[in-house]
Design a protein around this ligand. Sequence first.
Ligand SMILES: [Zn+2]
Length: 388
Amino acid sequence: MAQDHFKNDCYVLFKGTLWSRKEKWKKIPLASLPEFLNRIPDRGLETGLIAVWLQPVLLGEDDIPRAHWMIVDVESSEDHDNIAKNLEAGRRLLMRLCEMRLEENLVIMLSGRGLRFVWPYMVPQGLKRGFLSWLKNEPEIDAAPQLHKSFFRVVGYRGHRNQGELKNVHIHVLPSIHDIWFLDRQEYLGMVKGQVPAAYHRENLIPILPRSYAPKCWVDLFEGLQARERLKDSIFVPKYAFPEKRSTRKVWPQINLYLDKVGISKMEVGAEDHRVFRLSKCPACERQGGYLTQSGRLKCFHTSCDAGQFNEENRISGLSPAKWVPNFEGCDEEVFIEERSGNKMSIADVRNRIAEAVRSKEDALIVTDPGTGKTYEVLKQLVPLCES
Ligand SMILES: [Zn+2]
């Protein structure tokens, strides 16, 4: 069975105390983990001399990661010291999980202050990116332990200095995940308080230890997120500057003439790529706050001004000269393509990026300015590939 194969191939790192040095960590085959944990002396578990700390990353014999255990810390992103807020965060996350039918085999643990959501599932390395994307996208999940492969104190009592700051609490498991809907801070504190028999820790361990790969509902989710991440990578929008001479040759004499006529003076500010011309008065709203970009676009800091309106990218879109210089002549389309922020690239660079995108084996969406040679460059790259 696939499951057995998986258990024999995977190892998990164990340590008994917060302070255990790396040489003391134990690499245990997943298949013999329950047996190994059963050999921990009762007294050690009960007093906190030993707790069960496990790494969420499953390794191969060669120490290379094979899979990720679905264990996550859940807490309020605003105030993770606040038990009531952490419970609220847990309820929000559980609600979303239930809506997506992802709550099967979920176990909710109370860690002493926050919550821990655990499934007895492993996510294969091939879906790691989708898994991490999920962790990072859920505001209630603290992704750091998974990102840093930190050990989780899975079960144990914390009233021993081996476990860090002394706390008279143990890790408690909710008998049903739905107990969380009405749980308040007081009850939470009552549940985690004090020592418990070793058998309690052991019983809690078995249902959460990884026993199979994540089922299809999870795989679908991670695959979707992973595809989105890949797509994010492959979307690039190279920007290049249209030659300035062409765009400004006819524009500036008309602008200057008009500004002189209405008595508005301009002053050049900024440097290099970010040069603009501040105007003594905005020609559109007659207030201070207007300025011109290098291509003669009028922008204004007043949101009530026509030149101060925002575009979809939340930037001031401004008015092309034809819209603010009366009787403006010469409407070469390219002149009025809005300048964009960010890196501007030469045509050669844009074509190199296109070529890279085509040659890479990933899907790519190529968005760039008209006339940069998308079709030309794509064909130039594709034809030899097809021939070979
Ligand atoms: Zn204005």
